[in-house]
Design a protein around this ligand. Structure first.
Ligand code: NAD
Length: 483
């Protein structure tokens, strides 16, 4: 691997067993969504190379598993330091290949690095349990062991954080990994591999492989006996396919899937705070976040006011290239994403929604869609039922608390939800009734490496971050003993 991927964005190779390797298939171009221009190519692995990456991870496993937790912790701490030292470079690269604003890229970089710090602290705390059997006949020892080689598959919307949210707990647990990042944003993953290498992660413990043949390559890896776990972040649709694939070898799976977050604004909410919260929950990454506020349910008495205040704030954002420091709203990831958002907005307007802001697709280079606010969106419109993944706020008025909760729960997804009310008792009571893995009350941001991140229903299985995230890469061994 070259030492400075970001400086020489050219043919980046696969990273297998501590060696850079060319891909067996024609290289994959990487585009800057702000301009539509190709900025680099990365290697394109075939199935055989996927298996070689598993070989490398399996070869590195015994030594890494046997490394003292304290030593693993110190390696992880140095990964955090490497990422922090190179934060500007990483943020710029994220912004270039993903299009997100520099401010968003910087906050992602710091969030991503924090997973290494958090799991460097957790690596020495994989505590088991000891108890007396209820009959008094023997003791029950339960201890945690690393599960083995893990395959990690990540999306393009948080190219750094989705990788470290998996690599850090896996390494803390004593596992070795093969990471397959999204082909839209592979450069950040290779740069993280470089930070790991420079931090002293042994060869073969972290392998990175890019491919345009995600289906066959990941499937082949999941059918290798030495692979014991899959951690996937991406759409529910692909998650479902990978759950089927994982069934054959009965793999442990962690699934962080799609969201369709409701954002509830009650009549007693502080509207300034609600708008601030929406600017984060809706506009972070230009709306391309699994936790993005997708359905804004506002009490009828405040819905108009909320819409106008939000339109004023969103309308003030400068649209431009992610890498331009003045930009407040960057491009979407590609043209297909712009088409999808445009179609959802057009369908909502056909259904009777009113445009308070935006909704006009700009001409010119790059994959831009303007900040858009829609009021009085009918609750059966597609934009309410599907993940928008763009800078479009849909406001749906409601009349009663029960109506709002029923609407919030009316989808098959349940990743995150937001509640705004000045009455904390009401907020907690509503939170109890919302079917969601994560709920924010009077705040627009949930992500925290020390908190359990994950969804219920078809938003996923398992949790990342917190102590739970490390257990996703461990198995419990029970030993019955008398002494
Ligand atoms: P995606 O499901 O299309 O792709 C995710 C990853 O899976 C990519 O690396 C892709 O190359 C790979 N992939 C695609 N088809 C595959 C196959 N058949 N076999 C193996 N791998 C395959 O998702 P995306 O468009 O990259 O990301 C957006 C989605 O991710 C949204 O639905 C979003 O909500 C979700 N997401 C969820 C979380 C979470 O924590 N729950 C976080 C970020 C994004």
């Amino acid at each position: 691997m070259t030492t400075a991927i970001a400086a020489s964005l050219e043919n980046v190779g696969l990273w297998i067993g501590g060696q850079s390797a060319s891909g067996a298939l024609p290289a994959i171009p990487v585009f800057n969504p702000s301009t539509g221009e190709a900025i680099a190519t990365v290697a394109n692995a075939d199935v055989q190379q996927g298996i070689q990456a598993v070989d490398a991870a399996a070869a590195a496993l015994p030594a890494w598993k046997a490394t003292a937790p304290r030593d693993r912790a110190e390696v992880l701490r140095r990964c955090f330091e490497q990422m922090s030292r190179r934060a500007d470079e990483i943020a710029e690269l994220i912004s270039k290949e993903n299009g997100k604003t520099l401010a968003d890229a910087r906050s992602e970089t710091s969030y991503a690095a924090e997973f290494f710090r958090w799991y460097s602290e957790e690596a020495v705390r994989a505590k088991g349990q000891i108890s007396m059997s209820p009959t008094g006949s023997n003791r029950i020892l339960a201890q945690y062991e690393p599960i083995g080689v893990a395959v990690l598959v990540t999306p393009w919307n948080f190219p750094a954080a989705m990788a470290t949210r998996k690599i850090a707990p896996a390494l803390a647990a004593g596992c070795t990994v093969v990471l397959k990042p999204a082909t839209e944003t592979p450069l950040t993953a290779y740069l993280i591999a470089e930070c790991c290498r420079d931090a002293g992660v042994p060869d073969g413990v972290v392998n990175v492989l890019t491919t345009e043949q995600s289906g066959p390559v990941v499937s082949a890896m999941l059918h290798e006996d030495r692979v014991r776990a899959l951690s996937f972040t991406g759409s529910t649709e692909v998650g479902r396919i990978l759950l089927h694939e994982s069934a054959d070898n009965v793999l442990k799976t962690s699934m962080e899937l799609g969201g369709n977050a409701p954002f509830l604004v009650f009549e007693d909410a502080d509207l300034d705070e609600a708008v601030e919260g929406l600017m984060i929950a809706k506009m972070r990454n230009g709306g391309q976040a699994c936790t993005a506020a997708n359905r804004i349910y506002a009490h009828r008495s405040v819905a108009d006011e909320l819409g106008h205040r939000l339109a004023a704030k969103m309308g003030a954002l400068v649209i431009g290239a992610g890498t331009d420091p003045s930009t407040g709203c960057g491009p979407l990831i590609n043209e297909a994403a712009v088409n999808k958002v445009d179609n959802l907005v057009a369908a909502a307007v056909d259904d009777g929604a009113q445009i308070l802001l935006g909704a006009i697709r700009p001409e010119g280079e790059g994959y831009f869609y303007p900040p858009t606010v829609l009021a009085n969106v009918p609750s059966n419109s597609r934009i309410v039922r599907e993940e928008i993944f763009g800078p479009v706020a849909s406001i749906i008025p409601f009349d009663s608390e029960t109506e709002a909760i029923d609407a919030a729960n009316s989808t098959a997804l349940g990743l995150s939800a937001y509640i705004y009310t000045r009455d904390l008792r009401r907020g907690l009571a509503v939170a109890d009734r919302i079917e969601s893995g994560m709920i924010a009350i009077n705040q627009g941001l949930l992500s925290d490496p020390s908190a359990p991140f994950g969804g219920v229903k078809q938003s996923g299985l398992g949790r990342e971050g917190s102590q739970d995230g490390m257990l996703e890469f461990m198995e419990t061994k029970y030993i019955a003993t008398k002494w």
